[in-house]
Design a protein around this ligand. Structure first.
Ligand code: GTP
Ligand code: MG
Length: 195
């Protein structure tokens, strides 16, 4: 989708830095390297809104992106890379809990998984975590361009089964390379944001 304005408002370590806005928010979470920054850029029609890098960002911050003063995307740091310290893990947990417990603007979440692989233990944990807060959830299977056309339907159904997706938890294939899925996912996100 094209926005007049798409900007990073703040990278917040804790609630004192959360933006003082009342825009509806949707949280984006996914394993490190799943393609989350690419997803944000593609979905917002920007090239460099979110950082696409080869080294996983070690910063454990929530990034708040303001889209046309209508919506806020909240980017959660990628999880699941190996050399995270216990200290960082604790801080990540605290930051998430603070957000999910206290942020009233939150409307739902997008969880990104890699279309090529079965969801990881961390993906399961994140899904369970967000289910607990009873928020609407969209699952996005990224890098679908890397899965051959003949295997896609099967691969998606394996992922759906593995995550035991419930009614209302939709799985959408997506590629930031081809933009496949972009419109359907925006529709789903808008439905959540405007509910
Ligand atoms: P971290 O922030 O480092 O945890 O990663 P991230 O989840 O933000 O992933 P990022 O968008 O940086 O992408 C990681 C790598 O996957 C990059 O090399 C991207 O170019 C590549 N990538 C992301 N999305 C796609 C996609 O849809 N298709 C293909 N083929 N490659 C992708
Ligand atoms: Mg990233």
């Amino acid at each position: 989708m094209q926005f007049q304005k798409a900007e990073l408002v703040i990278s917040a370590p804790d609630r004192r830095s959360w933006p003082d806005t009342h825009l509806p928010e949707i949280v984006l979470a996914g394993r490190s390297n799943v393609g989350k920054s690419s997803f944000i850029n593609a979905m917002c029609g920007r090239k460099k809104l979110a950082y696409v890098g080869s080294t996983p960002g070690k910063t454990r911050l929530l990034n708040f992106f303001n889209l046309d003063d209508r919506y806020m995307l909240v980017d959660v740091p990628g999880y699941g890379y190996a050399n995270i310290s216990k200290q960082q893990l604790l801080q990540f947990g605290r930051m998430m809990e603070e957000y999910f417990n206290e942020r009233e603007q939150k409307k739902g979440a997008v969880i990104l998984v890699d279309a090529r692989h079965m969801p990881s233990e961390d993906d399961h944990t994140m899904l369970e975590y967000i289910r607990y807060f009873q928020l609407p959830i969209i699952i996005v299977a990224t890098k679908i361009d890397k899965v051959s056309k003949s295997r896609r339907a099967h691969q998606l159904s394996l992922i759906r089964k593995d995550l035991q997706l419930q009614d209302g938890e939709q799985l959408y294939p997506f590629s930031s390379a081809t933009k496949e899925g972009e419109e359907a996912i925006w529709q789903a996100m808008k439905t959540i944001l405007e509910a």
